[in-house]
Design a protein around this ligand. Structure first.
Ligand code: AMP
Length: 616
């Protein structure tokens, strides 16, 4: 892949921006060493230069006049259109030529394109630092509702930043591509994007790998920040109830309430209940309490309902119903809120796609688009889930699954195996991937041999085989014989060379062959069982001849032949019937042998302890 030209994907967001690229093992958000992948879309003028990203965001409260955020809202829009927007911003925005706007900082003014270019320049620099080589080309995403002049403004920003913008694509399209939905033949996809400050939902129709935006709806001032505000107000009320004199309206107290609210909200995405603590040092005030997810849900339910209203509108505009939507994709940090996921699932009647980090999914999709434009192949997988089951070959060529397909990463599993032959000093560990019952129908991933086992009777060694898939999708298989401590291991990358299409084909095959496979697998398992039973009978044959009548032993021999004969066939139930019959015939023998063994053990016990029934 290294010979391909790098075309990075950039999600240039209202609040945050980030870049991603496709590496050998698949797409990945770009992080400069020691930094986050996500960069706040904030700029702060410092002397003749700019502070960009997290450092600029710190300046926002300190010097609001020189700190610029939400530039995306200004792109390609005229002053008249932006009047409401401008009233909300803390920095100055002035009308400029051709009905456009400029941002004023002291004596200087800047176009939104120039400001966005500063963000892109920083993203480019960070990407180069992460990759260790220059980057010249990019795919940049924009909201589906961006018009031509907003798209053109974005393109210009890229050019000013020294980037060749090879394509501008819609954010929802990028998200759908990230999930590989473009690989399907056709379908209707809903992309639900709930960020910190904006919400939109888009309906895309797919035909021939190309997405068309059928409709889009949303609210450019609705998001997780509103959840925080509601929660902060609830906290304020609670504190006031406890400390009626508290002064909670100062900017500092308000900021503290908001910060506490956001942390509480994020905690409640994981926990059903959590505690909070508020410290207002200036007032010597300390308040603490507990909040449940239920309480949060109650507060935010009306806002979530508003997003569903948008979804209804978007469906109506497209002339579609919720049932017609085949895939739902979740984007934006606030799509992690459990109530949001639950309500979206209820609305569409299907599980939304959430396995890719919702902050990164748009950049990842743009990176994949860039990779394809550079002539790359989609021969990687998105490794947030294990696409196909992973397991081992077991006796008779059967496939024994240790980790099931669709398990989220990282994952691990282990199982105990043993030997089938006496004095076996080595065991082959053959690793496969697939959904069928026999390894001959699965994909081989690798093999190794656990050697140097001390000779032991069959069935005695305890061989612990463990499968571990890390966050990057790398599988490590290790085997350890527990009695002797002998061990060996191997590392493989299950996704190598697998395409989404292949996975679909493998899944289809497994459905098609499910019944045949199951029959065949049962046959093998019953044959293995029959072999073990035969071995037991042969070992005890001398006893059998002594204990049973010749008529009975003759019948056992006859039945053994019958089992052998049916084992050649392909009817597992018939084989099971004959084996059960054999089991009933050998029952008296088995009982006799067991009591004989018990008697021997008992004698041994009394001899060892020097006391026996005779002397007792
Ligand atoms: P975005 O604009 O897509 O970066 O989303 C940012 C929003 O996502 C903010 O309101 C965050 O508070 C919110 N957010 C991030 N992580 C979580 C989480 N685990 N649970 C709930 N909200 C979250």
């Amino acid at each position: 892949m290294s010979e391909l030209e790098t075309i990075i994907g950039i999600d240039l967001g209202t609040t945050n921006s980030l870049a991603a690229t496709v590496l050998e093992h698949g797409p990945e958000a770009l992080r400069p060493p020691g930094a986050e992948a996500i960069m706040p879309s904030v700029l702060s003028r410092s002397g003749q230069g700019w502070l960009v990203g997290a450092a600029a965001r710190e300046e926002r409260t300190r010097s609001p006049e020189t700190t610029v955020y939400s530039v995306k809202r200004l792109m390609g829009r005229d002053a008249e259109y932006l009047a409401d927007e401008i009233a909300r911003l803390h920095y100055r925005v002035e009308p400029a030529m051709r009905g456009l706007v400029r941002v004023r900082i002291g004596e200087e003014t800047f176009t939104p394109q120039e400001l966005s270019a500063e963000l892109l320049r920083e993203i480019k620099r960070r990407s180069e630092e992460a990759l260790g080589h220059p980057v010249a080309k990019a795919v940049i995403t924009v909201p589906a509702y961006f018009d031509d002049s907003q798209r053109q403004a974005t393109r210009d920003a890229g050019r000013i930043a020294g980037l060749d913008v090879v394509r501008i694509i819609n954010e929802p399209t990028a998200a759908a591509i990230a999930y590989g939905l473009d690989q399907k033949k056709s379908g209707l996809v809903a992309v639900y994007d709930l960020g910190g400050g904006t919400f939109d939902i888009s309906l895309l129709s797919l035909s021939g790998k190309v997405f068309k935006v059928l409709s889009t709806h949303g609210d450019t001032h609705l998001g997780g920040d509103d959840f925080d505000r509601l929660l902060a107000e609830e906290l304020r009320q609670r504190v006031l109830a406890e400390h009626p004199g508290a002064e909670l309206d100062s900017p500092l107290a308000a900021a503290l309430l908001l910060k506490t609210a956001e942390l509480l909200k994020i905690d409640l995405s994981r926990a059903l209940e959590t505690g909070y603590e508020l410290d207002l040092p200036g007032q010597g005030l300390r308040a603490s309490g507990r909040m449940t997810r239920e309480e949060l849900n109650e507060l935010i339910a009306p806002l979530v309902e508003r997003t569903l209203d948008s979804a209804r509108q978007a469906l109506k505009a497209a002339g579609k119903s919720a049932e017609e939507v085949q895939d739902v994709v979740m984007v934006g940090g606030s799509s992690r809120v459990p109530l949001v996921r639950e309500e979206v699932e209820r609305f569409f009647g299907r599980r939304p796609n959430i396995s890719i980090n919702p902050d990164e999914v748009v950049a990842v999709g743009a990176a994949i688009q860039g990779h394809l434009l550079a002539g790359g192949r989609r021969d990687f997988l998105l490794l947030d889930v294990i696409p196909l089951s992973l397991g081992l070959e077991t006796l008779g060529g059967t496939f024994s699954k240790l980790i099931m397909g669709n398990t989220t990463l990282p994952a691990q599993a282990g199982e105990l195996f043993t030997t089938h032959v006496d004095n076996q000093t080595g065991v082959d560990v053959n690793i496969y991937q697939g959904e069928r019952e026999f390894v001959k129908d699965c994909r081989s991933l690798g093999r190794f041999r656990l050697k140097g086992l001390p000779p032991m009777p069959a069935g005695l060694p305890r061989i612990n085989v463990s499968f571990e898939v890390d966050a990057n999708g790398i599988l490590t298989v290790s085997a350890r014989e527990e009695r002797s401590g002998t061990e060996a291991s191997i590392e493989v990358i299950p996704s190598h060379g697998l395409t989404g299409e292949e996975i679909d084909r493998i899944m289809e095959d497994s459905y098609e062959h499910a019944m045949d496979d199951l029959n065949e697998r049962q046959m093998v398992e019953f044959r293995n069982m029959a072999d073990a039973v035969f071995r037991g009978i042969e070992k005890a044959w001398e006893d059998a001849e002594r204990m049973l009548s010749s008529e009975a032993t003759g019948m056992i021999r006859q039945q053994m032949d019958k089992v052998r004969q049916v084992a050649q066939g392909s009817d597992p139930l018939a084989l099971k019937r004959e084996m059960d019959l054999l089991g009933r015939m050998t029952q008296p023998l088995a009982d006799a042998i067991i009591s004989k063994a018990a008697l021997t053990e008992l004698r041994k016990f009394y001899e060892d302890t020097g006391s026996g029934p005779e002397s007792g």
